[in-house]
Ligand binder design. Structure first.
Ligand code: NAD
Length: 488
């Protein structure tokens, strides 16, 4: 079996324990991973703290940090194929997607490389004579970054990039499900020339590795992507170290289609919105909210496309939908669909695991128009399952779209400009895509509210979130300060 190592203080090691990683396409173990226990976590945080304080990093100019990040971006681009193959092998995410996504990950590092020397302080027009007051933006300190398995290289880039640009140091905990691409990324990072300890990469299980890391007294900020239940643990842990948190959580995003939409474009966007990445995407457009006037025609076309999707091995370039990453997801999808049918929802296609080796669940569409309490409408599947609800009026469309505790993404298909503006104002989500879906860029902020978390990744604000403001007061008068206790 292939062997992987953790990366602490610039040194590769096996970790206190080892665990097997399974290939989701076969369900069989294929590699041994380092399991970070408390001792490894402590070592990684100590290394990050030492690097944060060391003059070689603390004294480096912002442009110097930017140059290292540019070098990292080039290395990621050069190694994209190896990283993509490992992500596909260890998580089952199809090679078409991992290849395209990792090539674009390099652009995130490039964006934050360019931003490093543009994180500016400010001068204040203070209301006192003989006084200069300015604000310094300083790195927040040691960052704990915790990511899930579904797009680790991407989800870690949106944390590592801005954190290092701002001058922080990082301990990144890769997911225990499919950590191979992150552990290989450590080898790529090691060639970029950063001082040891600036980035440390470990993996392990949430209960020990994740918990010890996120409540560690030397951690200043926790940047987390994952599910809402884990986020609650993280926020409770932050009661110990009082670290600030940014939380990128799940979603149950509405995909709203009005009767005047370009139907073929909307169908294609909906197919990619829910079936791309086998539905294992936080921004999956998992609730189709469709005008009753076009529902039957739209669903017929959607069903045709869903049933034509090529399901296969993730490493095959022809594959459009691969296996789910974990056996637990297959069980969740199967159970939630069955419960929803029992609650009155109508299965249009899919709904049961495929009878073949591996963790395959087919593209599934379930019409809940007459089953408003079906559990598939409120639970995140993290799988290729689309729930459908129809509406008669614009107000009803908005009400259905906002009937969720999540608030991450949303899609809106209409050619009516004034209606689009009204809907954009009314939708409660961090992202509204109009006549498109799933577009991302390092330049645009990404994040949500409610059960989808708080804080934004991407864009300038993300880099500022890795800084703290220091107010500096400097008296410019040479006159002696009078003794305050001598009455005049
Ligand atoms: P998860 O919450 O189970 O795990 C995420 C990470 O948290 C893993 O590394 C895990 O080991 C760690 N963890 C688990 N328990 C912990 C604890 N007690 N303390 C600290 N860390 C702990 O999530 P998952 O099932 O791996 O991923 C799927 C979830 O991630 C979905 O809800 C999905 O929507 C969400 N997600 C969100 C975004 C976004 O940007 N908003 C992107 C991708 C995925």
């Amino acid at each position: 079996m292939q062997q992987f190592q953790q990366y602490i203080g610039g040194v590769f090691s096996d970790g206190s324990a080892r665990f097997e990683s399974r290939d989701p396409a076969t369900g069989k173990p294929w590699a041994m991973m380092p399991e970070a226990r408390a001792a490894d976590v402590n070592a990684a945080v100590d290394a990050a703290e030492a690097a944060f304080l060391a003059p070689v990093w603390a004294g480096m100019t912002a442009s110097g940090r930017g140059k290292l990040l540019y070098r990292l971006a080039d290395l990621v681009a050069e190694n994209a194929q190896t990283l993509a193959q490992l992500e596909t092998r260890d998580t089952g995410k199809i090679i078409r997607e991992t290849s395209a996504q990792i090539a674009y990950v390099a652009e995130y590092y490039r964006y934050y490389a360019g931003l490093a020397d543009k994180i500016e302080g400010a001068h204040l027009p203070i209301d006192k004579p003989d006084m200069e007051v300015w604000l310094r933006r300083e790195p927040v300190g040691v960052v704990a970054a915790v990511v899930p398995w579904n797009a680790q290289l991407f989800l870690s880039a949106v944390k590592i990039g801005p954190a290092l640009a701002a001058g922080c140091t990082v301990v990144l905990k890769a997911s225990e499900e499919g950590p191979a691409p992150m552990l290989e990324f450590a080898r790529v990072f090691d060639q970029a020339g950063f001082p040891p300890g600036v980035l440390n990469i470990i993996t392990g299980f949430g209960a020990e590795c994740g918990a010890v890391l996120t409540r560690h007294p030397k951690v200043d900020h926790v940047a987390f992507t994952g599910g809402p239940e884990t986020a609650r643990h993280i926020v409770r842990n932050s009661a110990d170290n009082l670290a600030s948190t940014s939380l990128e959580l799940g979603g149950k995003s509405p995909f709203i289609v009005f009767e005047d939409a370009d139907i073929e474009s909307a169908v294609n966007a909906q197919v990619s919105g829910i079936f791309a990445a086998t539905g294992q995407s936080c921004v999956a457009g998992s609730r189709l909210v469709i005008s009753a006037k076009i529902k039957d025609a739209f669903l017929a076309r959607l069903k045709e496309k869903a049933e034509a999707v090529v399901i296969g091995a993730p490493a095959d370039v022809a594959t459009e939908v691969g296996p789910l990453c974990t056996q637990g997801q297959v069980r969740t999808a199967t159970d939630l669909v069955a419960l929803s049918v029992a609650a009155g929802a109508k299965l249009i296609t899919g709904g049961k695991p495929l009878e073949r080796d591996g963790q395959y669940f087919p593209p599934t569409i379930i019409d809940c128009s007459d089953a408003p309490d079906a559990p598939c409408l409120s639970n995140e599947f993290f799988g290729p399952v689309l729930s459908v609800q129809s509406f008669e009026t614009e107000a009803e469309a908005l009400k259905i779209a906002n009937d969720t505790k999540f608030g991450l993404a949303s899609g809106l298909f209409t050619k009516d400009l004034t209606r689009a503006h009204r809907m954009i104002r009314g939708i409660r989500a961090g992202i509204v895509w109009v006549n498109t879906y799933r577009a991302v860029s390092p330049i645009a902020p990404f994040g949500g509210h409610g059960l989808s978390g708080h804080g934004r990744e991407g864009g300038l604000q993300a880099a500022l979130d890795y800084t703290k403001v220091k107010a500096v007061w400097l008296r410019t008068s040479d006159d002696p300060i009078p003794d305050p206790f001598v009455m005049r």
